[in-house]
Write a protein that binds this ligand. Structure first.
Ligand code: C2E
Ligand code: MG
Ligand code: MG
Length: 609
C-alpha cells in the first residue's frame, strides 16, 4: 500500500519539525510548505491524503486557505485538520464553516497528534472506499440500464429497433408535432414454410439479409424496425402531398423480386404491406401501429405480394371490433352461447354416425349470431379458449343424454388455433371427460391445418397425447391450407374433412372433382376416413358417393339445430306403415337411396331448410 501523504502548512518551520518528529516511524510521507499560496499551488503535485493547516499565518490565513481548498471539487474530500493556539469558540466556528474536519491545539501533544491524524486518515480512507464503491455501482447500473434499453429497444438479430423501439420513435415524432409520417407494416408471405423447410438458423440468416435489403430503401429521416419474426415496419417521414406513396410501395414490393441469398440457399419470397398515415384519431403510437397491422391483414387477405392503405371504412371496422370484443366478454359472463348440432351421415348405410357441435350466440337484440362473425375476434383476443371449453362441455353433456337414450354416436368439437396452443388444453379436456363420463373414443376434435402449421412439432406431441386418450382427430376444412400435406403422415390423425368449397360445384370433370379425387386417393393411402362438408344437393352427394367418400354433412341432411329439435326430428321419427319413410337410426335413408339407386326427381329435404 502506498504511504499516506500529509501536507503540513505552517509559517513556523519549528512546528513542522515537531510534527515530523512526533509522526516519525508511522509510515507517512510528510511535505512542508510555509504559507497558504504555496500550499494551494503544491496540491496537484503532492496529492495529499491529509492536510495539517495552521490557522494563524501571514498573508492568506488558514481559514481562507481551508475555504479555497474545500471550494475545489477535486480537493473537497481531502480532510483538513486545523492547528491553532487560539482555540476560541469563534475561531473554531470559523474553521468549521470554512470546511475544516478537525482541530489540534498548540503546543502539540504526541499521542493526541498521532491519534487524530490516524483516525482522520482512517475516516477519509473509508469515505474514499465508499465513494469508489458508489462510483462503481453507478457505472454498473448505468451499463446494465444501457444493456436493458438495448434489449428492450433493439432487435438482437438485425440490430434494428424493436417494437418498443419503434413505439418510442413514433412517440418522439408525435411529441415534436411531426404528424406527417406513415407506418408501413411489412410481413413476408409464408415465412413459416421456410422455417419448417430450412430450420431456424437459415431463416434467421435470411431475416438478416431481408433486413439489410430493406434498409437500402430508407430515406434520411426514415426508420426500419423489426416487430416480430418476419414482420418489419417502416416509419416514413416526411409524407406530405408530394410523396408518392404508391410508388414507394411498388419499390418495396419489387425489392422482393430478386432472391434472397444466404450461404445455404437462395430463397424467393414475397411480402405484403399495410400502411397507416398519422392522422385524426390515429395519433397514438399503439393505435397507429394497430391501424397499419389491420391494413396488413387486409392486404394478406387479398393474396401474396399485396398492399393496403388503412382507410376510414377500416376505422369503422376497428370500432366495430372493439365493441364486439366488449360484447363478447359480456356474453360469456351472461352465458349467451349455445351449441347447435349438425349430423354427420354414413353415406353408404345412411346411418347418423355422429354430430358436429357448432357454437351460436344468442344475442339479446340481434338474435342468433353465427360463429363466422365472432370466432375470429375471439380467436384474436384469446376468449375462444373459454368459449371452446363451454362448447366442449355442452357437447359432451349432450352426447351423454343421447347415449342414455341408447344411441351410439360420436361428437365432433372444433378446436381453434388458440385452444390448440393453450397450455391447459389437455387438463381442460381431461376435466370435462371426467365430469361428464363420456368415453373419449366417442369424441372427435377438429383442428385446422393452420393450427398444425403454427408449430408442427408441438402439434405432433399434442395430437399424440390426445390419441393416447383414444380421442380421434379430424383435420377440418381440409384442402384450404396448402402447407401441411408434407406433414400429414407424421400426425396421428383419423379423419379428413373436405372443405365445402370443394363440394360446391363438384360435378364430374370439374377442378373440384379432381381435388376431391386426389384427397380420396391420399386418404386411402394414409388409411383415413373422409367427411365431406357442405353437401347441399343430391348431385353433390352422388358425386361424393361415386368417389368413395364415406361420410357427409350438409344442409341436404340437416342444418345445425338445437338439441331438442334434433331429438324431436331425427330420433323420434318412426318408420311409415309402407316402410318408405325415415327410421330412427336411418332418418336419411330416403336421401341416400334416392342418390344411390334411383333417378327419381329429388322432392324435398327431410330435415332442416
Ligand atoms: P366448420 O367447423 O367447418 O363447420 C362447418 C360449417 O359449415 C358450419 O358453419 C356449418 O353450419 C356450415 N355448413 C354445414 N353444412 C352446410 C351446407 O350444406 N351449406 C353451407 N353453406 N354451410 C354448411 P357455422 O356453424 O357457421 O360455423 C362456421 C365455422 O365456425 C366452423 O366451420 C368452425 O370453424 C367455427 N366454429 C363453429 N363452432 C365453433 C366452436 O365451438 N369452436 C370453434 N373454435 N370454432 C367453431
Ligand atoms: Mg368443424
Ligand atoms: Mg369445416
Amino acid at each position: 500500500m502506498t504511504p499516506a501523504t500529509i501536507l503540513v502548512v505552517d509559517d513556523e518551520p519549528n512546528n513542522f519539525y515537531v510534527i515530523e518528529a512526533f509522526l516519525a516511524h508511522q509510515g507517512y510521507e510528510l511535505h512542508y510548505v510555509e504559507h497558504g499560496e504555496a500550499a494551494i499551488a503544491a496540491l496537484p503535485q503532492i496529492q495529499p491524503s491529509l492536510i495539517l493547516l495552521d490557522v494563524m499565518m501571514p498573508g492568506l490565513d488558514g481559514i481562507e486557505v481551508c475555504q479555497r481548498i474545500k471550494a475545489e471539487a477535486q480537493w473537497q474530500a481531502v480532510p483538513i485538520i486545523m492547528i491553532t493556539a487560539l482555540a476560541s469558540k469563534q475561531t473554531l466556528a470559523q474553521c468549521l464553516e470554512a470546511g475544516a474536519d478537525d482541530f489540534i491545539g498548540k503546543p502539540f501533544n504526541r499521542s493526541e497528534l498521532t491519534a487524530r491524524v490516524r483516525s482522520m486518515l482512517r475516516i477519509s480512507q473509508q469515505y474514499q472506499q465508499l465513494a469508489d464503491l458508489n462510483t462503481h455501482l453507478e457505472a454498473t447500473v448505468n451499463q446494465r440500464t444501457a444493456e436493458l434499453q438495448t434489449l428492450l429497444f433493439q432487435d438482437p438479430l438485425t440490430q434494428l429497433p424493436s417494437r418498443a423501439g419503434l413505439l418510442k420513435i413514433i412517440g418522439q415524432r408525435l411529441d415534436q408535432n411531426q404528424t406527417n409520417f406513415a407506418l408501413a407494416y411489412l410481413n413476408c408471405d409464408q415465412f413459416k414454410l421456410i422455417n419448417g423447410a430450412f430450420g431456424y438458423t437459415v431463416s434467421d440468416r435470411l431475416l438478416q439479409v431481408i433486413a439489410h435489403r430493406l434498409q437500402s430503401y430508407l430515406g434520411p429521416q426514415d426508420h426500419l424496425a423489426r416487430l416480430g419474426q418476419d414482420e418489419f415496419c417502416f416509419l416514413l417521414y416526411p409524407v406530405d402531398e408530394g410523396f408518392d406513396l404508391d410508388g414507394w410501395v411498388r419499390q418495396i414490393l419489387d425489392a422482393f423480386v430478386a432472391p434472397f441469398e444466404t450461404a445455404e440457399c437462395n430463397v424467393f419470397m414475397t411480402a405484403c404491406l399495410g400502411i397507416a398515415l398519422a392522422q385524426g384519431d390515429y395519433l397514438q403510437p399503439q393505435a397507429l401501429l394497430q391501424a397499419a397491422d389491420i391494413a396488413l391483414y387486409q392486404a394478406k387477405r387479398q393474396g401474396k405480394g399485396k398492399y393496403h392503405i388503412f382507410d376510414q371504412q377500416m376505422h369503422r371496422a376497428v370500432r366495430h371490433r372493439l365493441t364486439l370484443e366488449n360484447d363478447l366478454q359480456r356474453a360469456l359472463d351472461q352465458q349467451e352461447f349455445v351449441t347447435y348440432y349438425q349430423p354427420i351421415v354414413n353415406l353408404e348405410t345412411s346411418q347418423i354416425e355422429g354430430f358436429e357441435a357448432l357454437v351460436r350466440w344468442q344475442h339479446p337484440q340481434r338474435g342468433m349470431v353465427s360463429p363466422g362473425e365472432f370466432i375470429p375476434c375471439m380467436e384474436e383476443t384469446g376468449l375462444v379458449v373459454r368459449i371452446g371449453l363451454v362448447v366442449l362441455r355442452q357437447a359432451c353433456e349432450q352426447l351423454c343424454v343421447w347415449q342414455r337414450q341408447g344411441l351410439n354416436l360420436t361428437m365432433s368439437v372444433n378446436l381453434s388455433v388458440r385452444q390448440f396452443t393453450s397450455p391447459t388444453l389437455l387438463t381442460d379436456i381431461d376435466q370435462v371427460l371426467a365430469d361428464t363420463g363420456v368415453n373419449p373414443a366417442n369424441l372427435k376434435l377438429e383442428i385446422t391445418e393452420s393450427a398444425i402449421m403454427q408449430d408442427a412439432e408441438a402439434a405432433i406431441a399434442l395430437t399424440q397425447a390426445l390419441r393416447s386418450r383414444h380421442i380421434q382427430i379430424s383435420i377440418d376444412d381440409f384442402g384450404t391450407g396448402y402447407s401441411s400435406l408434407g406433414y400429414l403422415h407424421r400426425f396421428p390423425i383419423d379423419i379428413l374433412k373436405i372443405d365445402r368449397s370443394f363440394v360446391h360445384q363438384i360435378q364430374s370433370g370439374s377442378r373440384n372433382y379432381q381435388v376431391v379425387e386426389t384427397i380420396m386417393a391420399l386418404s386411402k393411402q394414409l388409411n383415413l376416413s373422409v367427411v365431406a362438408e357442405g353437401i347441399e344437393t343430391q348431385a353433390q352427394l352422388q358425386c361424393l358417393q361415386r368417389l368413395g367418400c364415406g361420410f357427409g354433412q350438409g344442409y341436404l341432411f340437416s342444418k345445425p339445430q338445437p338439441p331438442a329439435a334434433i331429438t324431436a326430428e331425427l330420433f323420434t321419427a318412426q318408420p311409415d306403415s309402407d316402410q318408405s319413410g325415415p327410421s330412427a337410426s336411418h332418418p336419411f335413408q330416403d336421401i341416400i337411396d334416392l342418390s344411390s339407386k334411383t333417378r327419381k326427381k329429388y322432392q324435398s329435404v327431410a330435415y332442416g331448410a
